[in-house]
Design a protein around this ligand. Structure first.
Ligand SMILES: O=P(O)(O)OC[C@H](O)CO
Length: 411
């Protein structure tokens, strides 16, 4: 009898196919669970603060924690614009909220205001194309799926425009986690700020530089020439085309500097090794490190990738809080009662090393106190996850987390 010949190649192919099948089955099961959850989900309920304003950076900063308050404020800003409105958004839904923005922007253009808009093509593939048809008086540029005329496989050409920024009359700007859509107005807990003062020129400059880089035949905007060297608020922008990713550096530096507490609120938490090391290092030197993440976000796969970090973080002394009853979509941090950041970047690889993003970094105790209030409010709506509870989760759950680990680097 002849024995079948051992082939290493055949064995490796079979192992690879088996791993891919298990991963595929796990992802499919998660999708099914997600669909069912979404069907059965109760209406969102969560605590929120009224918009409150504090002086900072030679101007003012107002914190918004409820979408409807924010959208009303942004729409009022657009309706009162006299010279120029620039707006960039990752997602722009064609629903009641999205239509209200569209109408206000068209009306502004019709009364002579210069209106420049950017939206991300990929994020809005599901939005009917005609929604993005504007009169010629409005300047609209689509951030393309792939930057034209350049290699498809170069990650620098694939970065999504994940920004959410509005600037009116070079005097006031809004930036933060909110995309534009009715769901976000009432059902998601997110954080955005309105700022005035010198920082507005930096935010407008970020828009203008990007606008002028975008492919297409749109008219270039003049560079912003009124930027100050002296502000307690710094703008950090990721620009993949220029291989600029300062937001990751900003986080690493601030975490490394922390002496007392680090309080983070993040919608999608899939950090790289350096960020994990920085957080664990802070916890080890006695810093009170707390992280709020959604108990169930709108992306179940992101949740499961995030869960893959919990054991290490909990064992290292980081405290985890799971937000209940609604999606928490904020991307904020506050450290030592001194330092804060609010912006568009998630703590995942797409945001920190892939997308166009904008965060502001504020070194101001008054702003930190405001964000600590918001953090305390959110904590009141969280369930703390302990290491004791976490190690007792079922074997299949642990197995699924392990199976999905290789996908971390794609998110
Ligand atoms: O990419 P973000 O952080 O703006 O979140 C968008 C939502 O996940 C849309 O599904």
């Amino acid at each position: 009898m002849r024995l079948p010949r051992f082939s290493l190649r055949r064995l490796l192919t079979r192992v690879l196919l088996a791993v891919l099948s298990v991963q595929g089955a796990t992802l499919a099961a998660l999708m099914l669970i997600d669909q069912r959850r979404k069907r059965l989900r109760a209406p969102a309920r969560f605590p929120k603060t009224k918009p409150t304003t504090v002086p900072t950076g030679g101007g003012e900063l107002t914190v918004f924690t409820y979408g409807q308050d924010l959208y009303d404020d942004m729409l009022e800003g657009i309706r009162s614009a006299r010279r120029r409105v620039v707006l960039v958004t990752f997602i722009w839904k064609a629903d009641r909220t999205g239509r209200a923005f569209k109408k206000a922007l068209i009306e502004a253009a019709e009364r002579g205001v210069e209106v420049c808009l950017v939206y991300d093509e990929f994020a809005n593939l599901v939005v009917p194309r005609p929604f993005f048809h504007f009169p010629a008086s409005v300047n609209v540029v689509r951030h393309p799926l792939v930057w034209s005329g350049v290699g498809l496989l170069n990650p620098r050409n694939l970065g999504r425009n994940h920004n959410k920024l509005l600037v009116v009359d070079s005097e006031v700007a809004w930036v933060g986690g909110y995309n534009i859509g009715s769901l976000y107005a009432t059902d998601w807990r997110d954080t955005h700020v309105r700022v005035t003062g010198p920082v507005v020129a930096d935010l407008e400059d970020a828009f203008v530089d990007h606008w002028n880089q975008l492919p297409g035949r749109h008219r270039a905007l003049p560079d912003v020439s009124t930027r100050s060297w002296h502000s307690s608020i710094r703008v950090h922008r990721n620009v993949p085309r220029q291989a600029l990713y300062p937001i990751r550096g900003m986080y690493l530096e601030a975490i490394d500097r922390a002496a007392h507490h680090i309080w983070l609120t993040h919608a999608y938490f899939v950090p790289d090794d350096d960020l994990v090391r920085a957080l664990l290092g802070a916890a080890q030197r006695g810093v009170d490190v707390r992280l709020i993440v959604p108990d169930q976000s709108n992306h179940i796969v992101a949740d499961w990738l995030s869960r893959g970090f919990y054991s290490q973080l909990l064992a290292g002394g980081v405290r985890l809080f799971l937000y209940q009853g609604a999606m928490v979509h904020a991307k904020t941090a506050t450290i030592d009662g001194q330092w804060s950041t609010i912006g568009t970047a998630n703590l995942d690889r797409l945001s920190l090393a892939g997308n166009y993003e904008t965060n502001i970094e504020v070194t101001d105790a008054t702003v930190a106190a405001k964000l600590e209030e918001v953090f305390a409010m959110d904590l009141s709506n969280c369930r703390e996850l302990t290491l004791e509870e976490w190690v007792r989760r079922p074997f299949m759950v642990k197995f699924s987390e392990t199976v999905l680990r290789p996908y971390r680097r794609f998110l």
